[in-house]
Design a protein around this ligand. Sequence first.
Ligand SMILES: [Zn+2]
Length: 586
Amino acid sequence: MPPIDQFHPIAISLPLARRRHIEFYLRMSLLLTAFGATIGITCLPAIPCRADESKANLVVRNAVVITVDHARPAATAFAVRDGRFVTVGDEKDVRPLIGPATQVIDAGGRCVTPGFYDAHLHPQPEYPEDSPLGVVDCDPSQVKTIDELIARLRAKADRTPPGQWVKGFRYQDTKLGRHPAREDLDKVSTKHPVYLDHSSWHLAAANSFALRLAHVTRETKDPEGGRFDRDGQGEPTGVLRETARQLVLDAGPTPPLATTAQKLAGMRACFRQYVRNGITSIADAGATPETLQLYQLVQSEEPLLRIYVMMRYAHLEALKTCVAQHGRGNEWLKLGAVKHFHGNSLSGQTCWLYQPYHDRPGYFGIPPQDSQEKLNQIVLEIHRAGFQACIHSNGDREIDMVLNAYAHALDEMPRADHRHRIEHCSVVNEQILKRIRQLGVVVALHSYEWEHGDKMEAYGPERWDWMHPNRAALDLGIPVAGTSDSPVSEPRPLLRIQSMVTRTSAEGKVYGARQRVSVEQAIEIWTLGSAFASFDEKEKGSITPGKLADFAVLSTDPRKVPADKIKDIRVLMTVVGGRIVHREGL
Ligand SMILES: [Zn+2]
């Protein structure tokens, strides 16, 4: 908990009532911390009821509505009252609900879908790159070559006091031609530790200064669950895999701390980016009690979207205490899931496989840190506590271990509707999918061929038809959720939908055509599929009377454009609980 005076900058700019609300919340938080519980859920104010109960607050008419409701797949108009859909149908159905105070939106024949639900991503407060908190974005949209990357990081080093971190993120080795080496990053600075995260967030590159601080030399052994890349002479190249990253980060200077006001503003900026893309719900795949506190503050102002929290397994006890005292939250901020890693990265090529990687004979990836026995114990603990287990796992050999653990937990303590999940579940075979189906497991699959198709080269064409198995899972009746894993890939549902429909990279190569799905199926995965994955299918995920009024208005019907143009469709409006949170040109 930061010192209380750090909260004053926010409080000053807020109206008195809101200030009191936050001050009350802070006192509660301190109280909870004092009693050993680090987190708590406060109730958010309900949307006030209208005087004329018979009329709608909002009506959308003249639209092509993809409802994702199998009972009524299409509509042209709908009405919203008190944050929920009340009528879905056509003009004559909504007309009687229009009163003097009703906001009426003429969609001009445009397409409306349920709000998109990104069921696995990693929200991070956005800070200006040139501020001390800023991290340099090295995405291929920003840097095309190693020289450009060095120049961008050097500009940051010039503004940073010597000895402090210079950090970048989102570089892609496949787009740059190789990983940046220690010598490259020494050109950025010899007076700062330089650290650059890969787009997978499972590997990184560091300069000599940073390696020196961590005492990493040719004699240093690889840590458990990680690896230092080495050159022909055994010298570390600066590329750090998995747990080797943390080892170097921990040895460096303490990074500057953001104030709560900065974090709040940064998180709202991040959420604004999501809603611009039509996202109305997210699931944070790796929250801590500290992020939960931040979410409470963010959501105590007019919320931009809804949040499902997957608490990291390390904080299971804090989660249990919180849920016991305060319940599982509400429609804006909901608890109930626990995230754990078992296995490594697909795009970082560290996930553990039965057969060697296509381009590296004898290399099977990096084995997961936990034994089967340890994993069984962790999963059983989550299962017994009544939570949903969300286990990150990519390689076939890791995934089988997760399924063993789910089978073990269900044997010990049967539970009908557990909806335990596998996050990513990238490299599979028919046998694995049948086990998933049999155990009632939900999968949250990648759909990032556009950005990371080229990373699939390492797995070989013989595997492509069994990677990111959206189609095979749907065919078997396995529930599938839509995810970007942002910042691993862009939190743009329409780009993700395009990837699922085309399986084509930005370079134009097709990876695993067998797993293509239709536009309608992809939309359903990104709405109702994700809602099911957090036990919310009765509350959201389709435009159905009674459900929360979350929807997006698109510039074009994604079913009516060539599949490789879906990503260019603009989101003209995003509405959460009947409230417009983004509007552009409508
Ligand atoms: Zn993730």
